[in-house]
Write a protein that binds this ligand. Structure first.
Ligand code: UD1
Length: 431
């Protein structure tokens, strides 16, 4: 696996991108499979590092995991271990999600601290409070989380913020708890709904009510399931922007339009033209306008879409604003864009006028971009998966050969990313 890419701007990026299944759903379905009797199959799985990390974590617990082409098959039969090895500390968000399934299968769980992209503090208090409400005894240690239970039971839980991970934790735990759980202010991201549908296929009593409310009737046992993952909406948006930022035209194939409604409407407001069919979405533009956008839980503009959008702002005439309201510290990557000649300023105010949780805090969570500025070549290190993609686009629109380090991060979250960029015409030399 390469450590860095040398990137030569190669003009407009053009062509088709076959999207993989969603990275943010696949690992959650792998965890859900542990609740069943018999092997479950997840189809259309992306080839991303996160699947390999999760597969090896589940194997360390005794479960069987096989990757067969684009399918991941998880057999929970041999699961006996309650402890996820410390070597998985900080690798991804999965250890926290394993607590409920481990409590169900072996009555206790010892998991290392979760990691994932460094885009804010990412505490686990909502997860832990919810697990306590469901009847787990949970303690936070220096190295991770320990939990045990004499049996999980239903509860009424209200999340302080519609957290994706905490909603998934509750769905996984409540499906096999005794009695009814009502979860209010839940996340309803497409990937969360995908997990709920998978659990329903396994035999869980899950219902999604209006007003961000899940009602789960616990059942003693779940069976197996087979489900095809929906297309990755973050991958889709990233490549659509790759076309627009380089003056090209990219068609993404394999992600339903309903997962991208806000992404499409935002780019449409900026002047992009779309051709949308039942299986593909194509974007192009002759001239783009600036925009003011704030990130939000679904169905709002997704936080993972903002790094490519901010890069696009640098290539649009006029002043644009991005206000990040989901993660407090997700804009540090813009320093690199400034270093490349972008006119980019960070502010601690809520600049789109929408007061968010970080109002009057010190977090610099709004960015003003004055475009259009040519970007010059630079040597960069990727800070997280989505900002990493934006750096590749910055190099693709820039003048001269850039070097981007830490591409392993990109491969953790984007399916066959080198091949896909190369097919669009970007000259990359891995090193
Ligand atoms: C998931 C996605 C990530 C996406 C994010 C929001 C995966 C692997 N990652 O991350 O790509 O950007 O949803 O759509 O699916 N929070 C707390 N306490 C908690 C839990 C969350 O304060 O116990 C806060 C977080 O710090 C953050 C906000 O809630 O400010 C949203 O986080 P959350 O939705 O939980 O994100 P993840 O599930 O970690």
């Amino acid at each position: 696996m390469a450590e860095h890419w040398e990137i030569e701007p190669s003009g407009p990026l053009q062509g088709d991108v076959e999207l993989a299944g969603s990275k943010n759903a696949v690992t959650k379905l792998m965890v859900a499979s542990l609740l069943g009797t018999g092997p479950s199959r997840i189809r259309n799985a992306p080839r991303v590092g996160d699947v390999d990390i999760t597969a090896s974590m589940l194997r360390s617990l005794g479960a069987g995991v096989e990757v067969v082409g684009d399918d991941v098959v998880v057999d929970p039969e041999g699961l006996r271990e309650s402890q996820v090895p410390a070597s998985y500390t900080g690798m991804n968000r999965v250890p926290a999600l394993l607590i409920g399934p481990l409590l169900h299968r072996v009555g206790e769980a010892v998991v290392p601290l979760a990691g994932g992209d460094r885009i804010g503090m990412r505490p686990l208090d909502f997860h832990l409070d919810a697990l306590r409400s469901l009847g787990a005894e949970v303690s936070l240690t220096e190295t991770g989380i320990e939990a045990k239970t004499a049996g999980l039971h239903g509860a009424r839980i209200r999340l302080p913020f519609p957290s994706v991970g905490a909603t998934e934790s509750v769905l996984l735990s409540a499906s096999v708890a005794e009695g009814r759980t009502v979860l209010e202010n839940a996340a309803v991201e497409p990937e969360v709904v995908e997990l709920a549908l998978f659990l329903q296929r396994m035999g869980a009593g899950v219902e999604l009510k209006p007003d961000r409310r899940f009602v789960v009737e616990g059942v003693p046992e779940l069976g197996r399931a087979c489900q095809r993952l929906g297309g990755d909406r973050i991958e889709a948006f990233s490549y659509l922007v790759a076309g627009l930022a380089t003056g090209g035209r990219v068609r993404v194939v394999g992600c339903n339009q309903d997962r991208l409604v806000t992404a499409i409407s935002t780019l449409h407001r900026m002047g992009a033209r779309f051709t949308i069919t039942d299986s593909s979405i194509e974007a192009s533009a002759t001239e783009l306008r600036p925009a003011a956008v704030h990130t939000e839980p679904h169905p709002g503009f997704m936080t993972d879409w903002q790094p490519p959008l901010v890069l696009l702002f640098t290539q649009v005439d006029g002043m644009s604003i991005l206000h990040e309201t989901v993660f407090e510290d997700r804009l540090g990557y813009v320093d690199a864009l400034r270093h490349m000649g972008g006119q980019v300023e960070l502010y601690d105010q809520c600049l789109t006028g929408h007061e968010c949780r970080f109002f009057e805090s010190n977090w610099r969570h709004s960015v003003v971009v004055r475009g259009r500025t040519p970007l010059v070549a630079a040597e960069l290190t990727m800070p997280d998966i989505r900002a990493g993609f934006a750096y590749v686009l910055a190099a693709a629109t820039g003048q001269g050969r850039s070097v981007v380090h830490g591409v392993g991060l990109l491969e953790r979250g984007y399916d066959r990313v080198l091949e896909k960029f190369t097919n669009l015409g970007l000259q990359i030399t891995p090193g």
